[in-house]
Write a protein that binds this ligand. Sequence first.
Ligand SMILES: *Cc1c(COP(=O)(O)O)cnc(C)c1O
Length: 387
Amino acid sequence: MESQNPTHMKFGTKAIHKGVEPDPTTGAIMTPIYQTSTYAQPSPGKHKGYEYSRTQNPTRDALQTNLASLENAAHGLVFSSGMGAIDAVLKLLKPGDEVLSSNDLYGGTYRIFTEIYQDFGIKFKFVDMHELNRISEHFNDNTKMVWIETPSNPMMNIIDIRGLAGVCKKFGALFCVDNTFATPFLQTPLDLGADIVMHSVTKYISGHSDVVMGALMMNKDDLKDKLAFIQNASGAVAGPQDCFLVLRGVKTLHVRMQRHCENGRRIAHFLKSHPKVDKVYWPGFDHHPNHNIAKKQMSDFGGMISFVLKDDKLESAIQMMERLELFTLAESLGGIESLVGHPASMTHASIPREERLKSGLKDSLIRLSVGIEDAEDLVSDLEKALG
Ligand SMILES: *Cc1c(COP(=O)(O)O)cnc(C)c1O
């Protein structure tokens, strides 16, 4: 179909159409849930491209094609969780290899690095990457991979993707970007020189807090072959039912993201002007240290906001979170409903306190995932809870 040519489609059109073709047998408009583990072969080795569902599944194929198109990638692979996707990337490494990473990371990523792969002889170095002028000093002959998040979780730091891609290229290191917070609607790191984009699909892409899934996107064929081999050999694949749910959720990604950004902007400014709030971390502020880079590499600033109270006491933060009614206290982010979290005891509890404090993650830091409810209701909920 000519209309399916990705180069002629804009984001929302791709989100709705890419990978999803009317079913050849019935004309069904939605890709069926191919709930099957295996496929009939007319003669040994002669099959229609499908042998076993760990290796290939048509519902998964449709989703992989769709997600790849959103990141302007040649290839996409989906996994049973974001951590499953990260695990597959780390299996590209060998003992003795080093990974350079930002010092402000999702707790689970820090945990798989330091508590699992370090024991297999891989070294991890965590450095501040907001300023790139001295970054080369941290590379050596063993640096095989660079792993970053931007905006980062939960401090909302911004890293210059294009700038860092240049340095990675010079040192021959594979450059991986966890794009969970921004989503491809706000930024496409492969276009800026990254080698692999990773997503916790669980969050914005799925968008309805009902699926756990991960994804990797890449352009290079050899990289795709290696990662598809790992996906099949290690087996952390996403099931057809979950792939169907994400195919459904992703169709509104662009519409949801517009509202997340709109509500996020409103709430960031509300918090900034509130007398009880001290610092607000949101890349859309002019005074955010890397606002100019955010403006250059992102099309808007998203719905994730962190803040600390003037009264920097753990109990005050806890009281405020307990008083919220619309913002639900829960792990995770990126769904249509607003959530509030306490990184120090929840998502980032596996990072040692001293490490956390170095990146500014105080005990009283509160993180909001601003949903797509009516902004007035969200603001009044926060107003009441702040007291
Ligand atoms: C949630 C999350 C992950 C892990 O993904 P799961 O789907 O929970 O396994 C990785 N990175 C970021 C930024 C996340 O928010």
